[in-house]
Design a protein around this ligand. Structure first.
Ligand code: B12
Ligand code: SF4
Length: 473
């Protein structure tokens, strides 16, 4: 049986290759691990390679994100017309199933660890169903993802890993409640299995893609114990709540290699937090959270969302100025986006405020709904202005001045400044296929920051690490 697994690209990937050359399609590699050993399987990621479309696989598997849905359907239609059996799954299929079904033989709701093996058995026996909905949310005895099928040399961060699924929280703008509907919405691997996967990854650097790595303190504490002495350097995402209420866990994380953390601050306005059900951030001292991370030598990539109900046109300056004053190394800004299936969408739809259902615009850079405190245009302009201001040289220098020592200030300048200056260079390097040539340069940056080059590889570069954080959603 010939199986082709595809991650379709969205238009932006053509102009900003750096963003889409970060992580390989781990979801597809996970699904591939369930295929029978005699299956002839390939994974193609359109973000990093041109798709070959003149082949005739028996089975085509496509992962659909909202922003690349249109392209995913084109590819699906193409392969169906050539006689392949086409399966569609992923976040967008789960929330917009009717739309997806018009382009597939079978569609899947939710995570695939239980439904995909069930489908494969039915397919082999000749009676696959049209729908499969995930219910059984356990990751026991999960095979290791088939990373051997990934073109690792095409990615800056080949060592991405997830040790949990979902998140224990319920923010109204987040994909997770709709994606995990019908079963548990937060669960983890077994510690030994997670450690085995970590052990299988070459080099030192890891990037945990978990929504909230610290969601189960007992699990993650045991994982950190197991990671001690492995010499890993890693990045992840966590919450303000964890930072402030789990100091021992955070110290353990730092001790086993945590070097930078993506944190969803979202907004500085309490009313906004309540309106999007981000209750675990309510009444938390954000300044103190940042201080704790910095004290442990952990860099902060702070994530903010603009356009919530209490936001007015001043929100952009207020948010950026605060971030600069706090010495945030990097900041990621988003325009609030009412993704299908979310509680936020239901609310905005009820109020008649959705402006467009062009999914390609649901990329957190466009105002796809009518905000309450400003016009859609003000929201989009303010969003871009926030990025420009935070990463202006003035912003970068002001951030550096908040650092307690000269060395820390230089480090800050290198991180933020390099991020700002290097994107066109990264894009050029990726386009010309010369990614590897960048590594000595990166090591040079690290050397300048006082680390020994033989201990640090390109993938451990703080510049690169910051880049990845900034790009991750
Ligand atoms: C890493 C990541 C990226 C990376 C790379 C993605 C990649 N190479 O796969 C980058 C930085 C490129 C990226 C970009 C974007 N991302 Co992103 N990203 C993620 C992140 C953090 C992890 C994804 C991951 O690897 N998960 C781990 C693997 C194991 O799970 P998985 O991929 O979901 O696969 C499982 C299931 O989905 C399912 N499945 C998937 N496909 C199929 C197919 C079949 C047939 C079956 C049976 C099952 C199945 O089975 C798999 C195993 O369970 C998620 C958050 C999240 N937790 O999912 C956001 C997330 C997917 N991203 C999101 C968004 C919005 C974006 C951007 C639009 C952001 C932007 N502002 O530009 C872009 C656009 C991406 C695109 N191409 O269209 C949203 C998606 C919302 C939606 N409704 O689609 C998420 C959920 C973040 C969020 N909280 O809002 N992203
Ligand atoms: S904490 Fe993050 S991942 Fe969890 S529900 Fe909220 S936005 Fe989603």
């Amino acid at each position: 049986m010939k199986v082709k697994m595809i991650l379709p690209a969205l238009v932006e990937a053509m102009v900003r290759p750096i963003k889409y050359s970060l992580f390989p399609p781990l979801g597809l590699a996970t699904l591939a691990s369930f295929l029978p050993p005699d299956a002839e399987v390939e994974i193609q990621d359109e973000h990093v390679e041109k798709l070959r479309l003149d082949d005739n696989p028996d089975l085509v598997v496509i992962q659909v994100y909202i922003t690349s849905a249109k392209r995913a359907y084109e590819i699906a239609d193409h392969y169906r017309s050539r006689g392949s059996y086409v399966c569609l799954g992923g976040l967008h299929v789960t929330t917009c199933s009717k739309e997806a079904l018009a382009h597939a033989d079978t569609i899947f709701f939710g995570p695939g660890e239980d439904t995909w093996p069930a489908f494969l058995e039915d397919f082999r026996e000749g009676h696959p169903k049209v729908f499969y909905a995930s219910k059984n949310r356990v990751l026991r005895d999960l095979p290791l993802p088939r990373r051997d099928l990934l073109r690792k040399e095409r990615y800056l961060v080949p060592n991405s890993i997830v040790v949990s699924r979902g998140c224990p929280h319920h923010c109204s703008f987040c994909y997770k409640d709709s994606f995990f509907e019908g079963g548990r919405s937060y669960y983890t691997l077994e510690v030994d299995r997670a450690l085995r996967e970590i052990g299988s990854l070459p080099g030192r650097h890891l990037y945990f893609l978990d929504d909230h790595l610290f969601g189960n303190p007992r699990f993650i504490g045991a994982l950190f114990d197991g990671m001690k002495g492995m010499g890993r350097l890693w990045q992840a995402a966590g919450t303000v709540q964890t930072i402030l209420t789990q100091p021992a866990l955070l110290e353990k994380a730092a001790a086993c290699g945590l070097r930078s953390l993506f944190v969803g601050f979202e907004t500085l306005n309490k009313g906004n937090l309540a309106s999007v059900s981000k209750t675990h951030n309510l009444d938390r001292d954000y300044n103190e959270a940042i201080r704790r991370l910095h004290d442990l030598g952990i860099m902060v990539n702070a994530s903010f969302v603009f356009g919530m109900d209490a936001d007015d046109p001043d929100v952009f300056d207020r948010t950026v100025d605060w971030g600069v004053e706090q010495g945030l190394e990097t900041a990621t800004y988003h325009i609030l986006t009412p993704y299908p299936g979310t509680a936020l969408r239901a609310e905005i739809e009820k109020e008649g405020r959705i402006l467009t259902n062009d999914w390609e615009l649901y990329d957190t850079r466009h105002a796809v709904y009518q905000p309450k405190g400003m016009t859609p245009r003000q929201l989009e302009e303010g969003y871009w202005k926030a990025y420009q201001k935070f990463y202006s040289w003035k912003g970068v220098f002001r951030g550096a001045l908040t650092k307690p020592t000269l060395r820390a200030a230089v480090r800050h300048l290198a991180y933020s400044g390099a991020w700002k200056k290097m994107e066109p260079l990264w894009n050029l390097v990726i386009k010309t296929g010369a990614l590897r040539l960048m590594r000595p340069a990166l090591e040079g940056v690290l050397n300048g920051l006082g680390k020994t080059p033989e201990k640090v590889t390109a993938l451990e570069s703080p510049v690169l690490m910051e880049k990845c954080f900034t790009e991750t959603v």
